[in-house]
Ligand binder design. Structure first.
Ligand SMILES: NC(=O)c1ccc[n+]([C@@H]2O[C@H](COP(=O)([O-])OP(=O)(O)OC[C@H]3O[C@@H](n4cnc5c(N)ncnc54)[C@H](O)[C@@H]3O)[C@@H](O)[C@H]2O)c1
Length: 178
């Protein structure tokens, strides 16, 4: 059973997933970009980041790291789900949360038991409440009422030293209500 799923296998998602698997955890990295996942399954890393290829290779070989485009599987087979999709600036400069909303709604759609939903994307204050609302709305549509918690865990890594920054952070921010 995969214990951790990362939704959005971009810069932050891939580094997070690869490094968490290197800590010994089972990680499933999901992305809706089929080409990206196909490449990763073939061992082709879509970004250049010192040390990342070796970490991915080692953990795929040890069956702790896998890739998928299947959101249902990523939700059902995990206890902890990281949201690591992009939050590009909207026209007024605020973060566009449409990808975060899509993922939160999918989580509600496929939730099959207690989950910890961790927001790693860079988002404005109050987004945790929105994520809760979006998940709850989808659960209500199904007539389901699973418990879940939403945690804020923003990422501060820098491109070019992302593996080092993730594994040697000068701060770790975790916000949770329970
Ligand atoms: N890149 C950085 O240096 C950095 C550092 C700190 C924080 N962040 C923040 O982390 C977040 C992610 O940034 P990034 O640079 O990794 O972005 P990215 O564009 O590299 O990756 C985002 C990924 O999410 C995928 N995606 C989008 N919608 C999806 C969906 N519904 N389901 C599954 N996958 C989906 C995309 O295909 C893409 O692969 C942003 O909020 C960004 O601001 C980035």
């Amino acid at each position: 059973m995969n214990k951790i799923s990362i939704i959005g296998t971009g810069y932050v998602g891939l580094v997070t997933g690869a490094c968490l698997s290197d800590f010994g955890l089972n990680v499933l990295c999901m992305d809706n970009n089929v080409e990206k996942i196909k490449k990763l399954e073939q061992g082709i890393i879509p970004i250049y980041e010192p040390g990342l290829d070796v970490i991915v290779e080692r953990n795929v070989a040890n069956h702790r790291l896998a890739f998928t485009t299947d959101m249902k599987k990523a939700v059902e087979e995990s206890d902890v789900i990281f949201i690591a999709v992009g939050t590009p600036p909207a026209e007024d400069g605020s973060a566009d949360l449409k990808y975060v909303e899509a993922v939160a709604r999918d989580i509600g759609r496929y939730m099959n038991g207690y989950k910890v939903v961790v927001d790693k994307s860079t988002v404005p204050v109050g987004t945790g409440q929105l994520v809760k609302l979006w998940v709850r709305e989808e659960l209500a549509k199904r007539g389901a009422s699973y418990d879940f918690d939403v945690v804020s865990n923003p990422e501060f890594l820098r491109e070019g030293s992302a593996v080092y920054d993730f594994t040697h952070p000068d701060r770790v921010v975790i916000g949770a209500e329970s």
